[in-house]
Design a protein around this ligand. Structure first.
Ligand code: S3P
Length: 454
């Protein structure tokens, strides 16, 4: 499958994006740890989250799926049964790493596998701390890679200083900590997304944050509750860039997650000169609301340091914004990009260069010289959903045709992306909001922030 894109008219749209991927994974896993049924709505029907659902079912959890976007997880208070075969985590790093925390405490052996991309990604980062807690884990691949074998058992709380900021590692340890004796403390070198902490609190378990340390006491039971997943700001990112960088564009995104550990993309776009407004309307464990944006001429910026974990999944989209901006954009301290679904630094550099952009690659980032006219090119996604979608957006700005090959991977996080892309390509204003969602807009405003006024 491929996307064929040509230069489009400025985007004018009101839309919603599918449920948040990180939160959908956690809703299934933490729902399974509760003491009863949890109805999860706006669940992301992406392949990654379906991998989590299949794995939890194999562990004996009853999960109903009465209609698309709704799942009912019947919590087992954290008691699972040994699976009769491998747990296939597909393309999903979040599935394998968070599950390893839960499995470290189970009195049985599990074997976790994944696709070719996941089978290249590092697992040492969870093996080291979970082994310190008392589990036995081994990665049987060549370089601490899948298959991962987890021999779970009784765990003891530890204090662990993470060598780099990772929400997946932090979450694995907090989930293991729920089963451990005493207290488990994770020290973060920089803040990473805090969905696990928020969802634990929502289910009535209180992790304690003190500065950059998060602690949890073992032996607590999660209380079952229904939960609505907000839209995924990482999926919204592609349309945000498409609108922000094009004078004349206007975009309204409804019911999108606005957790401050995820909204770094808004701060970066504002620094680049984007005109936008963020309106927080709901706070139900997670903050959510509206983003409105009007197109402008952007300028380059620097993205580095503590901001990196907050924008890590948005860098492919932001790199496209950088190519469209005047001046140079520098991204540093982002070596984690090399071990995502693909080596995203190399993938971005290859594709931008093919479109006529000057890019210098560093081990931990890149420098992008903005302002050149993008030319259409024949590109590949490198099997990475976010590379596929980011370069579909680049194609909307390029002279001539852009072809992105190997885009099936988009189904991991945004199965309806192509549908929205087709509406954008048609060049007419459109509205893609279910009527019940639109009714909530403006219902109550908890916080509103306008930057570079609209
Ligand atoms: C995620 C955390 C991030 C992110 C990934 C999802 C999560 O990874 O890149 O897409 O759901 O916790 P790291 O924790 O490895 O940085």
């Amino acid at each position: 499958m491929s996307f064929k894109v040509t230069k489009s008219a400025p985007l004018r749209a009101e839309l919603v994006v599918p449920g948040d991927k990180s939160i959908s994974h956690r809703a299934i896993m933490l729902g399974a740890l509760t003491n009863g049924p949890c109805v999860i709505t706006n669940f992301l029907e992406g392949e990654d989250c379906l991998s989590t659902m299949a794995a939890m079912r194999k562990l004996g959890v009853t999960i109903e799926h009465p209609e698309p976007g709704t799942v009912i997880v019947h919590g087992t208070k954290g008691r699972f049964t040994a699976p009769d075969s491998d747990l296939d985590c597909g393309n999903s790093g979040t599935t394998v790493r968070l599950l390893s925390g839960i499995l470290a405490a189970q009195p049985f052996r599990t074997r976790l596998t994944g696709d070719a991309s996941l089978s290249k990604r590092p697992m040492r980062r969870v093996i080291t701390p979970l082994s310190q807690m008392g589990a036995r884990l081994s990665a049987n691949g060549e370089r601490d890679t899948l298959p991962l074998i987890v021999d779970g058992g009784p765990l003891t709380g530890i204090r662990y200083e993470m060598p780099h900021a990772s929400a997946q590692v932090k979450s694995a340890l907090l989930l293991a900590g729920l089963f451990a004796s005493g207290r488990t403390t994770v020290v973060e070198p920089a803040p990473s997304r805090d969905h696990t902490e928020r969802m634990l609190e929502y289910f009535q378990v209180r992790p304690v944050r003190q500065g950059n340390e998060i602690s949890i006491h073992g032996g607590q039971t999660l209380e079952s509750r229904d939960f609505q997943v907000p839209g995924d700001i990482s999926s919204a990112a592609f349309w945000l860039v498409a609108a922000a960088a094009r004078p004349g564009a206007r975009l309204h995104i409804d019911n999108v997650g606005l957790n401050p550990t995820r909204t770094g993309i808004l701060a970066v776009l504002v620094r680049m000169g984007a005109r936008l407004r963020e309106i927080v309307e709901r706070n139900e464990g997670e903050l959510s609301g509206v983003i409105e944006i009007e197109g402008a001429n952007l300028t380059g910026t620097v993205i580095e340091g503590e901001e990196i974990p907050n924008v890590i999944d948005e860098i492919p989209a932001l790199a496209v914004a950088a190519a469209l901006a005047q001046g140079t954009t520098t991204i540093r301290g982002a070596s984690e990009l090399r071990v995502k679904e693909t080596d995203r630094i190399a993938a971005i550099a290859t594709n931008l260069r093919a479109m006529g952009v000057t890019v210098t690659e560093f081990d931990d980032g890149m420098e992008i010289v903005g302002g050149a006219r993008l030319r259409g090119a024949r590109l590949t996604s490198f099997g990475d959903h976010r590379i596929a979608m980011a370069f579909a957006i680049a194609g909307l700005f390029a002279e001539g045709e852009t072809l992105i090959e190997d885009v099936e991977c988009v189904a991991t996080s945004y199965p309806t992306f192509e549908k929205t892309l087709n509406l954008v390509r048609a060049g007419k204003p459109f509205r893609q909001i279910p009527s019940e969602e639109r009714g909530t807009v403006g219902a109550s405003v908890l916080r509103s922030r306008s930057e570079n006024p609209l």
